[in-house]
Design a protein around this ligand. Structure first.
Ligand SMILES: [Zn+2]
Length: 203
């Protein structure tokens, strides 16, 4: 039994690529939050676009929800820069939108945008450089009923078009499309060991 499982794992890993290993939503959560990780609403990736999926697009949960009391420190899983968010023709500084969003853009040709929603406090502002494992802010319930952390990761090729969050479980598919996956974005940087210190502010 174990032998066949190991073989299966090896096949999966070689299929996904040399530097990419599977990372599930709980493992990913450990890079963001302290303590026990509980997924309260997983990522539902049935559709790629509204055009493709019509009304079912609304069923998409474009991120992962984690249980988190207010206030819980949220650490960045990646190295990047804090950016303003464009939504509905408006531009918002971190946590100033209706949903309390903090957005981090990773380095590279095809950057990923990591978004933390419902935050009650931001320790960073647009332009700040963020290191892996530093605390970007505190969880809350801004724009929602129950306190939790909603995390999304997207590519935003242009100002208006947003590709829905790729699932952590469809790395192979994402690679086929030629886009970097969130798993790669995390693994391509230095080991993500949460350090817990507040991200240095000041641009
Ligand atoms: Zn959510």
């Amino acid at each position: 039994m174990f032998k066949s499982f190991a073989l299966f794992s090896a096949v999966v890993i070689s299929f996904l690529g040399s530097s990419v290993s599977a990372m599930d939503e709980v493992e990913f959560g450990k890079l963001l939050l302290p303590g026990k990780i509980t997924v309260t609403n997983p990522f539902l990736d049935s559709c790629d676009s509204k055009v493709e999926c019509g009304r079912f697009y609304k069923l998409l949960h474009a991120g992962i929800d984690y249980r988190a009391r207010t206030p819980t420190k949220v650490t960045s899983p990646v190295e990047g820069i804090v950016v303003k968010m464009e939504y509905g023709g408006k531009v918002y500084s971190p946590q100033k939108d209706r949903s309390g969003t903090i957005m981090i853009k990773t380095k590279g040709e095809k950057p990923m945008y990591f978004m933390f929603l419902h935050m009650s406090k931001s320790f960073v502002k647009a332009g700040d450089k963020v290191q892996i494992g530093c605390v970007v802010g505190l969880t809350g319930k801004k724009g929602t009923i129950f306190p939790h952390l909603h995390v999304e990761y997207k590519e935003i090729p242009s100002g208006s078009y947003r590709r829905p969050t790729p699932s952590l479980k469809t790395v192979a598919e994402i690679k086929k499309r030629g886009n970097i996956s969130p798993t790669e974005a995390v693994l391509n940087t230095e080991p993500a060991v949460p350090t817990g210190h507040t991200c240095v502010t000041g641009s």
